[in-house]
Structures are given as structure tokens and as C-alpha cells.
Design a binder for this molecule. Structure first.
Ligand code: ZN
Length: 292
């Protein structure tokens, strides 16, 4: 082997050794990077999801995530006890809801009905689009300390992102037809979605949010389409992250649902209610309009 060949071979060997080292480094990096990813995704799934049990319920929501700090530190929280309201001449709240197809989802915290665009209420001259409505059992708001069997929340959002929620208290009594399409499709498993298609029954569409507000399941009862007789205060979401700046409208007159309807919901969710929060100097108004 002459000097030149020796030199080439030496270079090659050196090159090969270097390449092997590089490959090993890359392999080690891939392995350890993979490990890091696995560890972080593992700790992510171990994060406690909020709920209503002792270990993840309302008393500890703020401890579950820094994003939930308002659940403990907020001063304008919901729900509240509706007691000693200030009588006021509040304007009736115009609304426009339409019968339509809707998706019903079990979120793991409630049964939520997602609404398509075109349903709205108007508060203080601002329009709020209905996003969804959902249910709590027992009620979240209480009236002079008294809880109701259930409460429905109709969640609306304005163009600037402000939320307005209409609360509907529900007590045990007569069967409520308006909820039949939803109650016959109640998704029992978290994450499960059911879809109610437009189906006509006696010439009318069966999923009609307007009827939920009518004592007799008659659209005429709620015409003209204005909510009257309501409590009004500024509060928050009643679930994490407990964001404030929510305009609350709770109708003073409860609606009735049958024991069987209430039991069907409670078989899936019983106790998905946050306890009442202190008023902390906020004003609670009650509408005194006779004609509202
Ligand atoms: Zn709610």
C-alpha cells in the first residue's frame, strides 16, 4: 500500500467513524425526544378534569388549572340566591327563536343542544345570538334559598363577545311536550352526539325553543316574542373558567316538567350544579312590568 492509498483509506475510515457517531447522536436524540414527548403527554392526560365530585368539584376548580382562578377569586360569580331583589321597570327582552334541526351532545358535564344561526335575544339594544342551551339538576339559581328540580341555560353571544344567559327554572309538574324531541334522544355517554332532524308533527316542526318558555306548549302563549318578568344581574359562567361579564336574565316564572322527564335527565346528570355565590355588593333587579 503506497502512501497515497493509505491516506485515502485513513480518511475514509475516519469519515465512516464520524458518520457512525453522527447517526448514533441522531438516534439518541430521537429516542430521548420521544421519551420527553411521551412523558409530557402522559402528565397532560393525568391532569384532573373539572367536574362535580369532591376531588374535582366547585370547591377545588381553581386548583385544577391556573386558568380557573376566577372560580375562587372572582367577585361577580354565578349562580346566586335570588332574594331581596330591587324592583325595577326593566324593558321586555325581545327574542326570535326558530324551530329547527339541532345537535344534542353529552359534554360529560351536561346535555347541550347546539343551535344554528338565526336565533337571538336583544338586551339593552344589543343583539345576542343563541349558541346553545343546556341543563342542570338541581337548579343552580335558588329563589330565597329554595332550589328547583332543574334549570335550563340559554347561552347567547353578542358580536363583541359578551355573553347573555337566559335561565329557565324547572319544577316538577305536568309533562312538557316541548322537550320530547330532546328527551327521546338524550345521549347517555360523554362525547356522544345525537342529531334531531326537522320532522313535522301536526304540521309544525317539533324542535321549537319557543315552546320551552310556554306554560302550555303553545306558541301563542309566548307571542309577542318578549321575555317579561325576569331577574337581572351581572355574573359569570357557572362552570370553569368562571369568566365574568355575563348578563344574567332569569325568568321569574318557572316551567313544569314531569317527574319522569326530570328523572330521565337525573339518571345521566344529578348534581351538576355549582352552589350559590355571594352577591358582593352587586345589584339584583326584578322586573315589575305587568304587561311584560
Ligand atoms: Zn349552565
Amino acid at each position: 500500500m503506497d502512501h497515497y492509498t493509505k491516506l485515502i483509506l485513513g480518511l475514509d475510515l475516519h469519515h465512516i467513524a464520524n458518520s457512525l457517531m453522527s447517526i448514533m447522536c441522531v438516534l439518541m436524540c430521537i429516542t430521548s425526544c420521544g421519551k420527553t414527548q411521551r412523558v409530557s403527554s402522559q402528565s397532560h392526560t393525568e391532569k384532573v378534569e373539572w367536574g362535580y365530585e369532591t376531588e374535582n368539584g366547585p370547591n377545588v376548580w381553581a386548583q385544577l388549572s391556573p386558568e380557573y382562578f376566577l372560580c375562587a377569586e372572582g367577585r361577580h360569580q354565578s349562580p346566586i340566591d335570588l332574594v331581596n331583589p330591587t324592583p325595577a321597570k326593566l324593558p321586555p327582552i325581545p327574542y326570535e327563536y326558530h324551530p329547527t334541526s339541532m345537535n344534542i351532545r353529552n359534554t360529560g358535564h351536561t346535555i347541550e343542544v347546539a343551535c344554528p344561526e338565526g336565533n337571538w335575544i336583544e338586551v339593552d339594544g344589543t343583539r345576542y345570538e343563541l349558541l346553545q342551551f343546556h341543563f342542570h339538576a338541581p337548579s343552580e339559581h335558588t329563589v330565597a334559598g329554595k332550589p328547583f328540580d332543574m334549570e335550563a341555560h340559554f347561552v347567547h353571544k353578542s358580536e363583541d363577545g359578551t355573553l347573555a344567559v337566559v335561565g329557565l327554572l324547572i319544577e316538577s309538574g305536568r309533562h312538557k311536550d316541548a322537550f320530547d324531541p330532546i328527551w327521546s334522544h338524550l345521549p347517555t355517554v360523554p362525547g356522544e352526539t345525537q342529531r334531531i332532524e326537522n320532522v313535522t308533527k301536526d304540521g309544525s316542526l317539533i324542535v321549537d325553543p319557543r315552546l320551552m318558555f310556554s306554560p302550555n306548549d303553545q306558541v301563542e302563549d309566548v307571542a309577542p316574542s318578549r321575555f317579561g318578568d325576569y331577574y337581572r344581574y351581572d355574573g359569570s359562567l357557572t362552570t370553569p373558567p368562571c369568566s365574568e361579564g355575563v348578563k344574567w336574565i332569569v325568568l321569574t316564572t318557572p316551567i313544569e316538567m314531569s317527574e319522569a322527564q326530570i328523572a330521565a335527565f337525573k339518571a345521566i346528570f344529578n348534581g351538576n350544579n355549582r352552589p350559590v355565590q355571594p352577591l358582593n355588593g352587586r345589584k339584583l333587579f326584578m322586573d315589575t312590568n305587568e304587561d311584560g
